[in-house]
Design a protein around this ligand. Structure first.
Ligand code: F6P
Length: 560
């Protein structure tokens, strides 16, 4: 990769600075004066209808943002990524999660470092399908011949957040009578709570770890193995004999990893392991074998539907001019808010209870990708990077934090996501509850955009100091993403949309959106501090005063 272009030195950046200097957002007037605004700013993206009209932009600002993308080489960098170049420079890797969702036979054929990869991708998908069908039909059985009733995915970060979020979102598609649970935290409470009530004879563990070195995942996998052995021994099904235990693992543990040698060292038969490749980043890996729990519970067709949705958006990104390219435009809007209007956070507000893990998923995707202070050539960044992503499903958020978005002092761009058709029955005593739910989605974006003037408040009979308290300034930017229904394909489209928004922002800022060195230091220190908690005097002495004092507190209060 050539040295990143410094966005702040482009003429487009200067244009945006001058827009900002005279900027006076006025959505009421903009809507009143421009009857075509909504149509012009409503962009189709596969099955998603994306309404950008309530954002704080004019056509001139949008044109400058698109010029910024041109001048920083966004299209060229996309082409480099899609062609398999080593754009993850700090780890010297290609970045090809987009290859995972191409249909069989897609052209041009893709290679990484001279090795063709398309057949490998299809081969693993076929292996996942075949294994999932065995589990779903009961051909794969536990040690006592019982059908699997629950899969427990053990992973963390990208090996947990994607599968967990998607399973929750698409539960109505779980059609094989198989439940899923997700264990991620090294806090022993997580495994204990998630295995509570499960029958070891009908439980299948999937140990999901790209590297198969992650402390949390390997520790949880060991604890899960102990749980399995203890349960089966207590019922007299196995003894503590090594071969009995290995037999139990063979029936109840499979793995997903790029490091199949390490899977074998853990005691899982490599024939029960599903591979992927180092050119798939952890937080971009849900459409690799990391999605095995989804293929088992939701079925191969639903998983293919997800992949088709991802691919539809990849195609859009690759072939749509920048000004109509939805992920690029949304990424540029985020740059406008972050670098020119001072926004620090970004709310994502799905009007779909099933998307209750979506914000958590996006937090890793966006913040692990773009929370960087150096550019990809090691030079310091020249402007703010990253946004704090957060959110909760509506309408719950309305009764928690929306007050601050409506009337607080901070600018918080918000993405609203909603679905026309419900996934569950919606009538209550003749009322369409889903329609009522959607009325809230529409009402919130309207209130945020257009607010309520003091005159309007007074016209309702309010007087005195209450007038100001009841006035809404409006001009709070939102994007509305509307889709016919929360299907696997639509969910794939949504996730890919945010993947590409994230990459666009990373490109403008010149950061490597595909490494994550910032999580390393804490991991290293945890390994150094662990012996101190066990009482190792030299490990205790090596700590700073605050850590030593916290260790003292721990030793004084630990009772079991
Ligand atoms: O948080 C750091 C990280 O490396 C993530 O990028 C990754 O998704 C997660 O840890 C889990 O890693 P692995 O799949 O290798 O266990």
């Amino acid at each position: 990769m050539s040295a990143p272009i410094d966005a702040t030195e482009t003429s487009a950046w200067a244009e945006l600075e001058s827009h900002r200097a005279s900027f006076a957002p006025d959505l009421r007037t903009w809507f009143a004066d421009d009857p075509d605004r909504v149509e012009r700013l409503s962009l189709p993206l596969a099955e998603l209808h994306v309404d950008l009209s309530k954002n704080l932009v004019t056509d001139d600002i949008l044109a400058s943002l698109v010029r910024l993308a041109e001048q920083t080489g966004v299209a060229q960098h996309y082409a480099a990524m899609l062609a398999g170049e080593h754009i993850n420079t700090s780890e010297d890797r290609a970045v090809l999660h987009t290859a995972l969702r191409r249909p069989p036979g897609a052209s041009p054929a893709l290679s990484v470092d001279g090795q063709p990869i398309d057949d490998d991708v299809q081969k693993v998908l076929a292996e996942m399908d075949a294994f999932a069908e065995r589990v779903r039909t009961g051909d794969w059985r536990g040690i006592t011949g019982k059908k699997v009733e629950t899969v427990v995915n053990i992973g963390i970060g990208g090996s947990d957040l994607g599968p967990y979020m998607i399973f929750e979102a698409l539960k109505p598609y779980a059609d094989a009578g198989i439940a899923a649970r997700f264990v991620s935290n090294i806090d022993p409470a997580d495994l204990a709570l998630k295995t509570a009530g499960l029958d070891p004879e009908t439980t299948l563990f999937i140990v999901a770890s790209k590297t198969f070195t992650t402390l949390e995942t390997l520790t949880n996998a060991r604890m899960a193995r102990d749980w399995l052995w203890a349960g089966l021994e207590a019922s007299g099904i196995i003894t503590d004999d090594e071969s009995d235990r290995a037999n139990a693992v063979a029936h109840h543990f499979v793995a997903v990893s790029t490091a199949l040698d390490k899977v074998e060292a853990f005691g899982i038969d490599p024939t029960n392991a599903f591979g992927f490749w180092d050119w798939v980043g952890g937080r971009y890996s849900v459409d690799s074998a990391i999605g095995l729990s989804l293929v088992i519970t939701l079925g191969p067709d639903a998983f293919r539907g997800l992949l088709a949705g991802f691919h539809a958006v990849d195609e859009h990104v690759a072939h749509t001019p920048l000004a109509q390219n939805v992920p690029v435009v949304m990424g540029l809007l985020n740059v406008w808010y972050t670098n020119f209007l001072g926004a620090q956070t970004h709310a994502v507000l799905p009007y779909a209870q099933q998307l209750h893990r979506f914000a958590a998923y996006l937090q890793q995707l966006t913040m692990e990708s773009n929370g960087k202070s150096v550019r990809w050539d090691g030079s310091p960044v020249t402007t703010d990077t990253g946004e704090v992503f957060w959110g909760e499903p509506g309408t719950n958020g309305q009764h928690a934090f929306y007050q601050l978005i409506h009337q607080g002092t901070r600018l918080i761009p918000a993405d609203f996501i909603a679905f026309v058709n419900p996934a569950f029955p919606t009538q209550a005593e003749g009322q369409d509850v889903h329609a009522l739910f959607l009325a809230n989605f529409l009402a919130q974006t309207k209130a945020l955009a257009f607010g309520k003037t003091a005159e309007e408040v007074e016209a309702e009979g309010t007087t005195g100091a209450l007038v100001a308290a009841r006035t809404f300034a409006g001009n709070r930017p939102t994007t509305s993403i509307f889709a016919p229904a929360l299907t696997p394909k639509v969910l794939g489209e949504l996730i890919a949309l945010y993947e590409h928004i994230t990459f666009t922002q990373g490109l403008i800022w010149g950061v490597n959106s595909f490494d994550q060195w910032g999580v390393e230091l804490g991991k290293q220190l945890a390994m150094q501090i662990a012996p101190a908690l066990e009482g190792d005097a030299s490990a205790i002495d090596a700590q700073d005063a605050s850590t030593r004092s916290l260790l003292d507190y721990y030793r004084e209060h630990r009772t079991q």
